[in-house]
Design a protein around this ligand. Structure first.
Ligand code: NAD
Length: 364
């Protein structure tokens, strides 16, 4: 199969982790007889430096015309001072909106080899953590009007949150379809005791539930959900929620599984062209040191193969290779056991970790 992949290395550790993932993708292409063509796209701080814009229109066009997009991360202190509409993160928001990806899917899964890295007690971890958060991505408060006005001699800030029924329905369907392919349990998370948006959310979810009799729908208030994720995460299969709640809950979920360096994500819209990226940022504190964990990006590439290119075997091959490398005790510094000296694990850098994964794929 021939596929065109738009590649956004971005800032900070972005280039290191994306290069690691491209090495893995090329190995898979060779092994399975595919051709992946990579089209470089500038986005984020590097695009501001080069083009004076975090996502020039031609760059967005390359992404829209690709079969899928692989992204490292954008941002860094250097660009914290530029005006809001020119910040690296604006490039990301414009990319998501331009690609029409309205669903962000983040697995929260504990790798058995890394169970000790979870901050939760072992009796909670041992019950198993394996759920997905389906987050609405291009609506809600992040995309509403933001303004600061002066009222009675003081500043007043307002952020507008709104959702239409159709926006809720399309993300709701992704939630139900995802639950259908997994354990058949969908938890809809909102704040319907306070917010109108949440009351509409709940109403739409229950209307949709009638079309998915094989999925069990439950409702949970967002504050309770934040507690349940640390108290008993094994209860969850699929969580579906709006943009801001999903942003916060998915970061919380990433912490309970160990390192954020391990977690991939996909963002999808109506077609098969998706945006695949690790959940972490550009980690400027470790950029250029060859110590970043590339696994979140490598697993993002693996999700791309599965969900956008229908290459299930190829994707499984990458996941098995990651499993084997972890099983053999190789760790980047973020996932090294705390007591490094008495551990039998071997610390490796970003490049080496990718090489080990590539070797496993070749050997399979
Ligand atoms: P971050 O995720 O970049 O880093 C948080 C901590 O986790 C840091 O200590 C970092 O070293 C560590 N870390 C992150 N990824 C790692 C990896 N792969 N391997 C090992 N350690 C890793 O979050 P931050 O420090 O809050 O943000 C840094 C920059 O990234 C900011 O400019 C922020 O706006 C941006 N950001 C970008 C994205 C994105 O591009 N999607 C997401 C979040 C933050």
């Amino acid at each position: 199969m021939n596929k065109k992949i738009a590649v956004i290395r971005g800032d900070g550790i972005g280039p290191e982790i994306v290069n690691a993932a491209l090495g893995v993708l090329s190995t898979v292409a060779d092994k399975f007889g595919h051709t992946f063509n990579y089209d470089d796209v500038d986005m984020g701080g590097c695009a501001i430096d080069k083009w004076g814009d975090p996502l020039p229109v031609e760059m967005l066009k390359k992404c829209i015309e690709s079969d899928s997009v692989l992204l490292g991360a954008v941002g860094g202190k250097k660009w914290d001072v530029v005006p809001g509409h020119m910040r690296p993160e604006k490039g990301l928001l414009r990319l998501r909106a331009g690609m029409g990806v309205y669903s962000n899917n983040r697995p929260a899964k504990i790798w058995p080899q890394l169970a000790d890295a979870s901050p939760l007690k072992s009796e909670i971890v041992d019950k198993g953590i394996d759920f997905i958060i389906v987050r609405e991505l291009i609506g809600g408060i992040y995309f509403g009007e933001h303004k600061t006005t002066e009222v009675n001699g003081e500043n007043k800030a307002t952020d507008d949150m709104s959702y239409t029924e159709s926006e809720i329905e399309r993300i709701g369907r992704i939630g139900f379809e995802t639950a259908r392919k997994r354990g058949g349990k969908l938890c809809s998370v909102e704040k319907s005791n306070v917010l109108d948006c949440s009351r509409l959310w709940k109403k739409v979810m229950h209307r949709l539930a009638k079309e998915y009799p094989d999925v069990t729908l439950t409702d949970m208030l967002v504050d309770n959900c934040a507690m349940q994720i640390v108290k008993d995460p094994s209860q969850f299969d699929v969580i579906v929620t709006e943009n801001m709640f999903g942003d916060i809950l998915s970061d919380e979920a990433s912490m309970i599984t160990g390192s954020i360096g391990m977690i991939p994500s996909s963002s999808l819209g109506n077609g098969t062209c998706g945006l695949y990226e690790p959940i972490h940022g550009s980690a400027p504190d470790i950029a250029g040191m060859d110590i970043a964990n590339p696994i979140g990006t490598i697993l993002s590439a693996s999700m791309m193969l599965k969900y956008s290119f229908d290459m299930e075997n190829e994707s499984d091959c990458i996941e098995k290779a990651v499993y084997n490398v972890l099983e053999k005790g190789y760790r980047t510094s973020d996932i090294m056991p705390q007591d490094e000296l008495s551990s039998s694990c071997e610390k490796v850098g970003c490049r080496k970790m990718a090489e080990l994964i590539i070797d496993e794929i070749k050997a399979m």
